[in-house]
Structure formats: C-alpha cells, structure tokens
Design a protein around this ligand. Structure first.
Ligand code: PMP
Length: 399
C-alpha cells in the first residue's frame, strides 16, 4: 500500500495540452497560436542583445554565486520601482513602497496571495471575467474564495465597463481586486485612462485592495504609457500590491524574473510589511536565484544597455502591431465574414478573436492551426510567412 495510492490524476493543463498536440502534428505548415510567448518573424524566441551583453559581462566577471538576500538584489528592486512609479515618484521617496524579487510574475502573485491570506483570511479575491487562467487557481490554492467581475463584452469586442463598475461597487471592503495593468490576457482589451480614473474612484470609495498584475509593460504603447493604471492607483493613496513580470519584456521566460511591490501608508508600515513578506519567502524558497535578476538589474541600471533594451522592446511591440494590421488586412482580402478591425485596437500579445470553440477545432483539424478553445490567439506568434495562410483558414472557418 503506497502513501500515494489514492492520488488521482490531475486534469491536464489546457494550454500545455495544446502544445503537446502541436508537437505531435506532422503537417509542415502547422502554426501554434495557443502559446503565450513572443517569437520573432522567424518563429524564434529572441535573446535580446541587451540581455546577451549583460550576460557576457556577468560571465566575464566570474561572479561568485553566493545566496542573495531574501528580498533579492537591492538594485533590481529599486529599478522595478522606477519602472512602475517613474523616476521621481513621491511614494518611493517617502519610503512607502517595498519590492522583493520574485520567481516571475506567477511567483510575485503567489507571494502576495500568501501574505494577504495571513492578513485577512476571510477576504475574497475578485478577478476579471475572463482572466489569465492561472489567476483563479493560484488564489484558490492560497485559500481564497475567488469571484469574477464583468469585463469582456463579446458583442462589442470591448469592455462591459458599466458591468465592471457595478460589480466592483458590490464588493465588501477588503476584497482583493486583481487588475491587469495593461495588455489584458486573454482578451487584449484594456481600459482607457478615463475608465481607470473611475475604477480607482470605486476602489477608494469601497476600500478595496487593488492587486495589479503587470506582465507586459512596454508591449502596449510604451513603458511609461503602460504604467498608467499603476500610477493612477498610486496617486489614489490606497495601499496596494503589484506583481511585475519580465518574462516577456526581457524575453527571459525560463529565468523566472519578477517582483512583488507593496505600497503602504508610511515608511514605518513598509518596514513591517517587508519583514513579513520576507518570512513568506524564507519559508517557501529562502531566496531568489541570481542570474535573471542580475541581468535585468544590469540592463535597467546602465544607460547604454537600457537604451538598447528600450529599442528592442519597441521592435517587439512594433512587430506585434504589424502582425495585427497584417492579419486584419488579409482577413479582408480573403473575404472573411465580419469586421475584424477590433484586432488592431487590442493591445499586447493576445487577441480574443471571436472564433468559437467549434471554429478553433476546425482550424486545428483542417489547417493545423492551434488556438485556445476560447478563441484566444497569440498575435505575437504570427509570422509574415504564415499570415496569409492563417487569414485564409480563419476566413474559411468563419464563412
Ligand atoms: N500574469 C499574466 C496576466 C500573465 O499573462 C502571465 C504569463 N503569461 C503571468 C502573470 C505570469 O508571468 P510569469 O511567466 O513571469 O510567471
């Protein structure tokens, strides 16, 4: 009798399952739009030149691999705060923000979730409908009840903003509200600045706890513009949390580089909060890994590498835009049913394409094009060489 004999097989991760099916597909023209990674026009995950230079410098320095502090590299944590709040942020100057290096955006969310659970075990968490598929699972695993607020409006391919505000207004004080700061995953549909202002008013009136998830800063409009939501919440005076991920913006997926930032009411509160978050880290993985954090800190804190990175980030953003434009144009040229202009308005790597799950099945079976059954496609995985084929296939299945 094994201690594991009663263990049941967990359901397969839907997106990883898709990758397996794609890998097993023998068709040469197959296309994987189910993934959540940016690839260049040759279909490769780029190694940014700024990253490669910082890595070379690190190897050349033959840096020792001692343990990092529990909260990570100080220069990294400070650079994260500058990206989020700007170079001359009052709350940073007042010592109200604390940042800890985390294992990607996922690790940052989990640290925040575990910390919040200890503070208020009965609080609910609210996520957008729909949201990144790991949000619900992650907060439930941390012991929270997870609700959803209205977000996507399929009819307009936009936001059900009245529904969203009404749902936020209905939450009890202390409810943790997870907000996608930019480039909403999976829909690609973001709030505009005026809408953020209204959301922030409701967050403050209802005394909700904002938890911003920023996994695509720089993929939407620019580093600064994509921080609009973060800065609006910062200006509200509310205490809040931010989970940053550099997986996409530095193309460092496997290095697990992220950060959790907590904005508190005072520098004294910040010290106490940091001491408790460090306990969460210490009892989970003790301290973060050195490589990714060192590379990102080096790039962000060196003027030349920083400029290089911003230009590479711009290239990625421009390529995604070009793929959006190209897809819309070719859908038109191929006589696709319906108006796909909304694809151009969406931001970030993803598009809720409006394809039904039956149409997604046909794309896979008849054309070897893999997408998520919700109709989410990764625009950042399209290539000039397959745009036409994808557009023709979409036109065929949506006829
Ligand atoms: N939040 C959102 C909205 C995401 O899309 C992702 C990753 N795709 C993450 C968090 C997690 O990022 P990471 O891979 O750095 O853990």
């Amino acid at each position: 009798m094994s201690v594991f004999s009663a263990v049941e097989l967990a359901p397969r991760d839907p997106i990883l399952g898709l990758n397996e099916a794609y890998a097993a597909d023998r068709r040469e023209t197959k296309v994987n739009l189910g993934v959540g990674v940016y690839t260049d026009d040759q279909g490769r995950i780029p190694l940014l030149r700024s990253v490669a230079e910082a890595e070379q410098a690190r190897v050349a320095a033959r840096a020792a691999r001692g343990y990092l502090p529990i909260d990570g590299i100080a220069a990294y944590d400070a650079a994260v705060q500058k990206l989020l709040f700007g170079a001359d942020s009052a709350l940073v100057a007042e010592g109200r923000a604390v940042t800890v290096q985390a294992l990607g955006g996922t690790g940052a969310l989990k640290l925040g979730a575990d910390f919040l659970k200890r503070l208020d075990p009965s609080a609910h968490v609210a996520i957008s409908d729909p949201s990144w598929e790991n949000h619900r699972a992650l907060f439930e695993a941390a012991g929270f009840a997870v609700d959803t607020y209205r977000y996507y409006d399929a009819a307009s391919h936009g936001v059900d903003f009245a529904g969203m505000l009404a749902d936020l207004r209905g939450y009890a004080a202390g409810t943790v509200v997870v907000l996608h700061a930019c480039c909403h995953n999976p829909t690609g549909v973001d709030l505009d600045d005026a809408q953020w202002a209204q959301v922030v008013d409701v967050l403050r009136e209802r005394q909700l706890v904002p938890f911003l998830d920023i996994a695509y800063q720089g993929f939407g409009e620019s580093i600064e513009a994509d921080a609009t939501a973060v800065r609006r919440v910062a200006a509200s005076g509310l205490p809040f949390l931010v989970a940053s991920s550099f997986s996409k913006s530095f193309s460092l997926y496997g290095e697990r580089v992220g950060a959790l930032t907590l904005v508190t009411a005072s520098s004294d509160e910040a010290k106490r909060v940091l001491s408790q978050v460090k306990r969460v880290i210490r009892t989970n993985y003790s301290n973060p890994p050195t490589h990714g954090g060192t590379v990102v800190a080096t790039v962000l804190n060196d003027a030349t590498l920083r400029a290089q990175w911003e230009s590479e980030l711009g290239e990625m953003r421009d390529r995604i835009r070009a793929m959006r434009d190209g897809l819309v144009e070719r859908l038109k040229a191929n006589g696709a049913q319906g108006d796909f202009e909304f694809v151009r308005q969406q931001r970030g790597m993803f598009s809720y394409s409006g394809l039904t799950s039956a149409q997604v099945d046909r794309l896979r079976d008849e054309f070897g094009i893999y997408a998520v059954s919700t109709g989410r496609i990764c625009v950042a995985a399209l290539r000039s060489s397959n745009l036409d084929m994808v557009a023709k296939a979409i036109a065929t299945v949506s006829a």
